[in-house]
Design a protein around this ligand. Structure first.
Ligand SMILES: NC(=O)C1=CN([C@@H]2O[C@H](COP(=O)(O)OP(=O)(O)OC[C@H]3O[C@@H](n4cnc5c(N)ncnc54)[C@H](O)[C@@H]3O)[C@@H](O)[C@H]2O)C=CC1
Ligand SMILES: O=C(O)C(=O)COP(=O)(O)O
Length: 628
């Protein structure tokens, strides 16, 4: 049985209402322009929602237009640029299915025909109204014999067409739904890529945020192997609006949640989610991942990824991305500020001032120039702090587990012990790996100089809090700044509890080391782009748990992405299948790490469905997907 597709023009096939565009051209320079345009828009919506008779709306709009034949060519030029994005992507569909695609519109043939024939739609499959002109080329009305000039016109046209097969209507207006209401269509798809009309969506059999959704539903090959609107994104912890916007513009269905979620909540919420976005708080445990039935990628919209069970994610074929440098500078600037504030005892003095006490004295207040700064963890933040600190006169020492290049005049120390014994100011910038729990405890505090300044902007669990507290109370630590805590409130509404509250010269901040507008904006841009690259091309550059592969753009081929356990013989099995099916390989890329293998194969577009089934069925396959 044939499937016929009936497609609306205005706001469906094109992103705009052609009459609105025509108005802005024809009313150009006329005094009544603004008022007439507003009224035209109002009449269009009233008509679309089925609130006034179509013919009345059309008549009144045409009268307001002052349109002439000479306005049509510029209108057509503008409309050509306004073909809906997903229609532009799927030109192949219009060519292949030309026999069964019809455009039925209450707009006018004069501008519809040049646009839709360019897509490959047949001229005799276009049904629309026709303009009437006077001798001077002025639009004076429309042909009233045309059924499309009146209510119920679309249904009448379909009835007359007497198509032998299933009929699917794709449109954004009430008049499109009417075809289904008249019993003349199998399904009405409310097309919401350009406009979403609540009233129309309620009546629809199916909401189609893009043409791909319709094609996917009808098992027709489209520009994407999977409609993007079916990719559900869950963003927690107030991800920057730029990030939300990028993911929405990509066509994904995005749900946002301002706070973190605990394990139980996330284990529920994660079902059906393809992309998860979090910041430092949300723990993505193996229990959460067990329920992650559709998860492809996790974006950590921050630097640290210790909150994610990276290994469990990898074993399930879930790629994790972060923003390794986007908030580095912000943390460094806070550290510098705090070093100065603590060395001058400003925090306590400010509190006293607010209580009405004036304590002008130099006692215990020092310059930072020439003091020894000890940085533990000389990664991106530690190294950047080294450079900035040195430029304002600090003498920098550092210790890192790994061999790191000393920047500027910084001195590398070979042991933590040596660093703790040397520094006047200690700043912690290690990552949050589990082995770093209590890396600084009683024994380490004991090694420090009396009157040391101690700063932790890394992770809460790396410092033994009771030991820190007693060393502040004893005066061993003269000043302390802590931005991160073993237990942090889930949201701004929850109370903050810590043994460190109320201690002298102790700056406590609510994990805001990386929370500057610049950093959040940078992160909001960086992470979605890595994720979209991964989803669209398979590129894993910057992934923290996947073998990193930067792939060329896919050209005239299908890309098969195979993620498997790294056991011997898998590549051989994959390639045996290609040989068996006589597949021409356009390119193959492979990278493995200890646990998984990541193989990308670009192949010619023609191949049997069995190949896909057999590739999926290879033992130790974790995930498999096709891109085109
Ligand atoms: N407070 C905040 O808002 C922010 C906190 N952070 C935290 O800062 C951490 C560091 O960030 P980056 O410098 O970008 O990471 P990074 O990975 O570039 O550097 C971490 C360095 O610490 C070293 N390291 C790890 N454990 C160590 C140990 N026990 N002793 C000595 N060295 C050790 C590593 O070898 C590495 O060089 C992040 O992992 C994150 O937890 C990051 C951004 C913002
Ligand atoms: O970047 C990091 O690792 C941070 O700790 C910052 O985390 P946040 O995004 O502020 O929750």
């Amino acid at each position: 049985m044939d499937k016929y597709f009936i497609i609306d023009f205005d706001s469906t096939l094109t992103r705009v209402e052609a009459m609105d565009l025509l108005a802005s051209i024809s009313l150009q320079g006329l005094p009544q322009k603004a008022a007439a345009e507003a009224r035209i828009k109002e009449l269009t919506d009233l008509g679309m929602n089925g609130e006034i008779s179509f013919r009345d709306s059309l008549k009144e709009r045409l009268l307001l237009l002052e349109a002439k034949e000479s306005h049509l060519p510029p209108l057509i030029e503008l409309l050509k640029k306004q073909v809906s994005i997903s229609f532009q992507r799927n030109k192949e569909f219009f060519k292949q299915y030309a026999e069964t695609i019809f455009v039925i519109s209450n707009g006018f043939k004069e501008y519809i025909t040049p646009i839709v024939t360019e897509l490959g739609i047949k001229e005799d499959h276009i049904y629309a109204n026709e303009l009437l002109f006077d001798d001077n080329g002025k639009v004076i009305g429309f042909s009233e014999d045309n059924p499309l000039s009146k209510d119920g016109g679309k249904a009448e046209v379909i009835r007359k067409l007497d198509l032998d097969g299933d009929i699917y209507v794709i449109g954004d207006g009430h008049n499109d739904y009417e075809i289904k209401a008249a019993g003349l269509a199998n399904k009405f798809y409310a097309f919401t890529e350009n406009v979403s009309r609540e009233k129309v969506m309620k009546k629809a059999d199916h909401i189609a945020p893009s043409l791909e959704e319709v094609l996917f539903e009808n098992k027709i090959m489209s520009a994407f192997s999977y409609p993007k609107n079916r990719i559900k994104v869950l963003l927690l912890e107030n991800v920057h609006p730029i990030g939300v916007d990028l993911l929405e513009k990509e066509g994904f269905t995005v749900e946002e949640y301002p706070a973190g979620l605990d394990e139980e909540e996330l284990a529920e919420k994660i079902k059906g989610v393809s992309i998860l976005g979090i910041r430092s708080k949300t723990q993505v445990t193996s229990k959460v991942l067990e329920n992650a039935d559709r998860l492809m990628a996790i974006g950590a919209f921050c630097i640290g990824t210790n909150q994610i069970d990276l290994e469990a994610a990898q074993e399930r074929g879930v790629a994790v991305f972060n923003a390794p440098f986007s908030n580095t500078r912000s943390v460094v600037e806070l550290a510098i500020g705090e070093i100065i504030m603590l060395t001058r005892n400003i925090f306590d003095k400010a509190v006293l001032m607010h209580q009405g006490n004036w304590d002008k004295s130099a006692s215990g207040s020092k310059e930072i120039r020439g003091k020894k700064l000890g940085i533990i963890g000389y990664g991106n933040i530690g190294a950047q702090l080294s450079v900035v600190a040195e430029s304002i006169g600090l003498d920098v020492y550092y210790y890192d587990l790994e061999e790191k290049l000393a920047l500027g005049n910084a001195t590398k120390l070979d042991s933590l012990k040596e660093l703790l014994q040397t520094a006047d100011i200690i700043s912690l910038h290690v990552d949050g790996r589990p082995e770093n729990k209590n890396v600084i405890g009683e024994a380490e505090f004991k090694l420090m100089k009396d009157g040391v300044i101690f700063i932790n902007l890394s992770r809460g669990h790396v410092v033994d809090i009771p030991a820190l507290k007693s060393n502040i109370e004893s005066g061993k630590i003269k000043g302390c700044a802590v931005d991160v805590f073993p237990e942090e409130p889930k949201s701004n509404k929850d109370p903050f509890e810590s043994e460190l509250k109320g201690l002298p010269n102790t700056i406590l901040s609510p994990h805001i080391g990386g929370s500057t507008e610049e950093a959040q904006e940078n992160i909001g841009n960086f992470v979605p782009n890595r994720i979209m690259e991964y989803i669209n091309t398979g590129t894993t550059t910057n992934s923290v748990n996947f073998p990193n592969l930067t792939l060329p753009r896919l050209q005239n081929a299908h890309r098969l992405i195979h993620i498997h356990k790294n056991v011997p013989g898998i590549i051989a099995k994959i390639n045996q299948l290609f040989a068996k099916h006589e597949i021409n390989i356009a390119g193959q890329y492979l990278k493995t790490n200890e646990k998984i293998g990541y193989v990308i194969t670009d192949i010619d577009k023609a191949y049997s469905k069995d190949l896909i089934k057999e590739l999926r069925a290879i033992d130790h396959t974790i995930k498999f997907r096709v891109l085109y």
